[in-house]
Structures are given as C-alpha cells and as structure tokens.
Design a protein around this ligand. Structure first.
Ligand code: FMN
Length: 326
C-alpha cells in the first residue's frame, strides 16, 4: 500500500491509543505484523510551547519505522509550527486527530470537536499539509452527532487539500463506543474519494478484517481495542488475509511470556515503579478469558514489581494450568 510517497508493507494499522500505544506495546504489534503504528496523540499547542510531557510521548526508535505521530489541536498556526517541530522525531506520517471524544481534548476544541466546524478542519488540514515534509493523514469519526454528519465533506476536503490518506471510525462523537460502527460509511467514503481510505471500528477477529475489506473496498484496516487485548491479532489477521489460514490464538502460556516481555521493556523504559503500575492494566487485558482468571486479575492489580508479576503468573500456571496445554 502507498500513502503519499511512503511505501508500506501490508495494510494493517495499529490505532493511535492514548495511554497505551507506547513503544513497548508498539514493538509487539509490529513484531506480529502491524504495518504502521501510531504514537499516542500529542498536542499541537504542547509542541509549540515545548511541554516536556508532550516530548516524552514521542519516544520511538529507529527500528520502529514506519511510524505515524498523531497530533490534535484547533489552532492552524500552532498546527503548522507543530508539524515543522515534529520533523526532528523523524515520523513517516503525521496524522490529524479529528475524532477523539475525551473531554480534555474537546475542551480545547481539538479531536472530535473539529467535526463541528468544517472550515476549521479545512484550515487545520491546509496548515498541516503546507508545513509538513512527510505525508499528512487524517483520522475522523463520522460527525459530532447523527444530525451533523460530515465525513464525506471532510473526506472530499482532505483529498483536495492534499491529505494523503483518511481513516474513518464510523461512529458519532455522541456514540462514544456504544452501538456498532457503521461500515457502510467506510464504503461511501471510499466511493467518494481517490486517496487511500483506512477502515476502523470493531475489528475483533481475522474474519472481521476480511469482511471489512470485502464490504467496504477500503485500502487499509486499523485495529485498536482488539490489539490492546492481544497484539498477536496482527499475525492472525495478516495470515488470514494472505492465504486464508486461520492461526490458533496464543495459548495462555504464550500470552504470559508475551506479557512478561512487555513488562520487561516497559520497566526498562519507565523504571520499575511506574512501569509496574503501567503494566497492571495490560496484564488484566492479556489474561481476559483465562480459565479461573478473575482471581488472577485481582492479584495482578496489586503487583508492585516485576518479581511480583512473575510469581503471580507462575503461581497461576502451576495451580490452574497444570496438565493442560494452555
Ligand atoms: C484507550 C483508547 C485510547 C484511544 N486513543 C485515541 C487517540 O489518541 N487518538 C485517536 O485518534 N483515537 C483514539 N482512540 C480510538 C481508536 O484509535 C479507534 O478509533 C477506536 O478504538 C475504534 O477502533 P477499535 O474498534 O478497533 O478499537 C482510542 C481508543 C481507546 C479505546
């Protein structure tokens, strides 16, 4: 797949996930077959005022390419400055966030709030495309609410302005994550514009990815929450799309090995105390669906160190998984 002048090996994208898509997690997604990963979103205003927290979010390494950095903001001048400043981090893509529903971002008129003002959206896209030296992509929801659908208008605008690809998560801001995303809108967008369209929303299995491609004709598929629970989904989807083979899910043992590797990387990057706290939620997600997993997850929520994690998980394997091939 090609986005602007960037050649991409494959069509699978790890969704930008604030608080989650940090380097150790992105590395797992990439190892299992994600073609492009996005960083956590950063604030354009934060880049202009060089807030250390914003810079800290941009922690990728040379082995992570291609990587997209996602930016939110509502001020076109700041967006232009941010695009230039982000060059030092050597992103392959810069992505505009027109979909984030969280209050902190909306309050600053960024994320999904931009969907309420198509002129502002146009100015932000134009400022970004003008200033960036790499392809600019845009990720949006369908509109602020069902009576204010703007995705087709924004898609056409994006194409005209020179945005290189568009991702659609076909829900309204007012939906949050309720109801199912409406994939027919991905098809409508694909029919409307010629730049690549990346479909997003509710991909849980390799079959879902196949269905989305077949039903919408989209060029790429982006996966968020299912990858949070299991980054190995990228390998399963990739293989299924390649030759129809449905690989089994990872066994519990393999998932535990992956979880501990994730933990080691996180602790190396963030230190033992913070890294352990950060890992608790990942461990809970990774162990979802484990036999007798509720007790395990309660214990995992209290781990204070890497050593605690190993003890807790080994203990679980010894007691619960004995004799099983899990
Ligand atoms: C924890 C979490 C954090 C998210 N952070 C972002 C973000 O920073 N930027 C963004 O554009 N979307 C964000 N999203 C939305 C996802 O990128 C994606 O559009 C959405 O989860 C739908 O895809 P899925 O059904 O595969 O999860 C976030 C979603 C979740 C669950």
């Amino acid at each position: 797949m090609r986005i602007g002048n960037l050649n991409i090996d494959g069509i699978l994208f790890l969704a930008p996930l604030a608080g989650i898509s940090k380097r150790p997690f992105r590395l797992l997604a990439r190892r299992y077959g994600a073609s492009v990963c996005y960083s956590e979103m950063v604030s354009a205003d934060g880049m202009v005022f060089e807030q250390p927290r914003t810079i800290q979010l941009l922690d990728h390494q040379p082995n992570e390419h291609p990587i997209g950095i996602q930016v939110f903001g509502a001020n076109p001048e700041n967006m232009a400055v941010a695009m230039k400043r982000l060059e030092v981090f050597k992103p392959d893509l810069l992505d505009l966030n027109f979909g984030c529903p969280v209050k902190k971002v909306i309050k600053k008129n960024g994320g999904a709030a931009v969907l309420k003002d198509v002129n502002l959206a146009g100015e932000l896209m134009a400022a970004a495309v003008e200033s960036a030296s790499v392809p600019v992509t845009m990720k949006m929801r369908s509109g602020w609410s069902a009576d204010a659908e703007v995705y087709l208008e924004l898609g056409r605008m994006a194409e005209k302005i020179g945005v290189a690809a568009v991702t659609l998560h076909p829900r309204f801001r007012s939906d949050g994550f309720s109801s199912r995303s409406d994939w027919s809108k991905i098809r409508r967008l694909k029919e409307e514009i010629t730049i690549p369209v990346i479909g997003n929303g509710d991909i849980e299995t390799p079959h879902d990815a196949r269905d989305m491609l077949d039903q919408t004709g989209c060029d790429g598929v982006m996966i968020g929450r299912a990858a949070m629970r299991d980054p190995y989904i990228f390998r399963r989807v990739r293989r299924f799309l390649d030759d129809g083979t449905l690989l089994p899910e990872m066994s519990s043992r393999e998932k535990i090995e992956m979880a501990l590797e994730h933990a080691r990387e996180t602790i190396t990057q963030y230190g033992e105390r913070i890294g352990t706290l950060m890992m608790r939620k990942h461990l809970a997600w990774y162990t979802r669906g484990f036999p007798e997993g509720a007790g395990l997850r309660r214990r995992l929520m209290t781990v204070e160190s890497y050593h605690d994690m190993v003890l807790c998980l080994n203990d679980y394997l010894d007691k619960v998984m004995v004799g099983s091939d899990g």
